[in-house]
Write a protein that binds this ligand. Structure first.
Ligand code: ZN
Length: 136
């Protein structure tokens, strides 16, 4: 991921955050994934009156990538309103493992402070991830 892709990815996540449906927690999150080929797909959190049905922004972004035919994710960015960096939840980490390699960069940032984004890798976030055989 080069610096231009990093900027585009964080910007896309921040834009998606504005569309979050978070009437219950008021915690808005936007996520974006960089797919093989350079396309970026975004998602936002989608809450529901039945709280357990809430979808995280990361998984919505992954779904958007898949729906467009992209199963290989190179990098991920997540942006929230804060006050703390929005590290992906455990469920999203496991879903990311399905479509991204351990060395995939994961950026997290607070809206309006994208230049201060923190960077790690998927492997750092979820070591010893559960995998069912090798990916095709
Ligand atoms: Zn999540």
């Amino acid at each position: 991921m080069n610096s231009q892709q990093r900027t585009r990815l964080l910007d896309a996540a921040e834009r998606a955050l504005r569309n979050a449906h978070a009437p219950y927690s008021h915690y808005r999150v936007g996520a974006a994934v960089l797919a093989d080929g350079g396309n970026i797909f975004a998602g936002c959190n989608v809450e529901n009156a039945s709280y357990g049905l809430t979808m995280c922004a990361e998984r919505v972004a992954i779904g958007a990538a898949l729906a467009a035919g992209n199963k290989n994710i190179r990098a991920v960015a997540v942006v929230s309103d804060g006050p703390e960096a929005p590290w992906p939840c455990g469920a999203c980490r496991q879903v990311l493992v399905e479509f991204a390699k351990d060395d995939a960069p994961v950026l997290v940032a607070i809206r309006g402070h994208l230049r201060a984004a923190e960077l790690t890798t998927l492997g750092e976030l979820l070591p010893h991830a559960f995998r069912l055989g090798e990916r095709a």
